[in-house]
Every structure is written in structure tokens, then in C-alpha cells.
Design a protein around this ligand. Sequence first.
Ligand SMILES: Nc1ncnc2c1ncn2[C@@H]1O[C@H](COP(=O)(O)OP(=O)(O)OP(=O)(O)O)[C@@H](O)[C@H]1O
Ligand SMILES: [Mg+2]
Length: 352
Amino acid sequence: MSLKKVQLLEEERLDWMAATLDSVSDLVFIADLEDRFLYANPAALLKLGYSIEEMLGRTAVMIMSEDTMKKREEMLSCTLGAPYTWEGEVRNVKKDGSIFTAHLKTALIRDKHGKSIGMVGIERDITEHKVRERLAAIGALAAGLAHEIGNPLASISSVIQLLQRKTQDAYMTQQLQTLITHVHRIHSIIQNVSDFAKKDQPQFMAVDLKFVIENCLQKVCLERNPKRVHIQSHIERQLPRVKAEAEQLSIAFYHIFMNAFDAIANEGYLIVKAHSEKNSVLIDVEDSGCGISREHLKRVFEPFFTTKDIGKGQGLGLSVSYGLIKSFGGDVQMESIVGQGTKIRILLPIYK
Ligand SMILES: Nc1ncnc2c1ncn2[C@@H]1O[C@H](COP(=O)(O)OP(=O)(O)OP(=O)(O)O)[C@@H](O)[C@H]1O
Ligand SMILES: [Mg+2]
């Protein structure tokens, strides 16, 4: 192609620039020197939930969280004066009130005579990145702890078992049994914690999802036997194999199914569907349990977040599942309505 062909005319250039801003997935904001919005690209509008009309003329305060507001003066003075740019982490408030963390970089805009005419801010949502960072740090800590606690626990357990065999006393037997129950509980916490920590280096293989799901459902049914949970599974025929680690994938589903059972008080349903789409397999897990409030929904993937009574839940299940699924290159999304139930969508890459 000749140079002439690839050069754009002035008006074409403007069209291209506008189309570029409209196409990028980063959030782009343009404001005047008083920090009033003149433009927000579609990615920004979609993320924030506002229409362009709602944003035009308003200052960036409308999307700043309280803690980000404290940085506002610094952002403005750095952008409007030397070094004519500000870069850092901000927390934005969407129209629905939810908050996301973003990395923002600003710059002063000058016209062709060098006169300052406005400011541009480009930002990228880093919420997930932050969660991952935190999970990785907790994982490393957890692995160390699990190791340190595991060994003494094993000897406590064998001493208890020894005493159990020796004693004839009913009261003593009962007390020792209580101890054993606690030891098992600590053991299961350690197990979860190390599953959580292990997720970093999965050995990928082609996994038969139908087999994993059905096995897992069976296991959960056995453990939560008395409940009347009607299970339906609709798994696409010839479902492609997914790229994962079978045992770890099974742990991920186990925690998700257990939660569904726990959420159902007496009777209810659990529906598991799986189908493939492009390069992924989508698994939908739907239960008719108690549901999760919006407040809690934001925190369910956090390690040790639980709404269950002491002794009933450790708050590790979902963070383990989330970490494992993410380590396979997959994703988990959750929707819930209190009193109606919960839908979880899991996405896993197809094994090629
Ligand atoms: N299907 C669900 N229905 C309703 N609430 C759920 C569901 N799944 C998770 N939750 C909520 O999320 C919280 C965290 O779940 P998570 O599996 O991480 O921990 P847990 O179930 O409380 O304890 P653990 O799994 O460690 O025994 C739960 O306490 C519960 O409030
Ligand atoms: Mg759980």
C-alpha cells in the first residue's frame, strides 16, 4: 500500500480518533479545566452505569469514593501544573452504588498553540487484579501455617486415639470424642487452606466435566443425606473436555454444591447445566436456597467470610473454588436473590 493510501485526511483522522476512543476497553474521560466532564467513552459509561447526558457537565466527584476524594486536589494540581500528569489507584462509585478499584492516569490536553484546554483520564479496572494479589498473599501465608499446624496436630490426634483405646471410662471416652471432632475440624481447615494455597501451579489435563460433576454431586448427597434436594443435571452430550486438574476441579465443585445444599433449609432444588460456547464450557449451578444479600455477595469470595454459625462454616469454600477456577484460566460469577436462590456461572476453557 502506498503511503498516500494509509495517510488519513484531517476529517478522517478525527473520525478515526473518535472511533478509537469508542472502541477501547479502557475507560476514557475528557474534562474541561474545571474538571467538568465533556466526554466519557462507551466503556466508561457501561462500567459506571451512567448515560452520557447524566455525566456531561458534572465533575469527577460524582464517581469518586470518599477515600479517592482525598486525593482529588493532588490529582488536579498535578494534572493542571507540572508534571501535567497524575497516576495512581482510585476507587470509583458506579450509579448503583457499588465500587471498583481502578488504575488512573491523567494528562493535560493542550491545543495546537500550547494552550491548556482540558484534561484526559484513562483508567483500567483492577479490582480482580487486587483480589488475586490478596489471595496470593493469603495463600502463601496459609501454606506456611498449614504446614506448621499439620505436624503437631497429627501427634495430638494419635495420642487421643491411643487414650481412647486405653480408657474404659464413659465420660472420658465422650470427652476424647469431642477432642477428635475438633481435631478433624482443624484438619479440614488446614486441608482447605492448603488447597487454597496449592492453586498456583495446576497440572493441566483434559478433564471430563460430566464425570467430575456427577461424582461430586453424589459425594455431596451422601454427606448431606437427610435433606430433600431435588437434583437435576443437564450436561450437553459430547461436551468437550476442559483444561483443568481433575482433582482440584472436583474440589471447586464440591464447595459450590455444598453451599447450595447448606442454603436449602428443608426442601429445594439444585440444577446443574453445562454447555459449550466458543472456547469455553459454561456451567450454571442454580439452587433454590436462602439467597445472598447484595452486601454479602460482594464478599463471598473472600477467605474466611462466612454467614454460617461458628463450627458450621469456615468461609473458605468459595475462595478455594474461586482460586482454583481462576488458576485454570476460568471465571466464576454469582447472582442471587434473597429468599429465592442463587445462580453461579462457571466458565472453564476447553482443552485444545
Ligand atoms: N449457594 C449459596 N446460597 C446462599 N449463600 C451462599 C451460597 N454460596 C455461598 N453462600 C454464602 O457465602 C458465604 C461464603 O461461602 P464459603 O463457601 O466461602 O464459606 P462457608 O460455606 O461459609 O464455609 P466453608 O465452605 O468453609 O465450610 C457463606 O457463608 C454463605 O453466606
Ligand atoms: Mg462453603
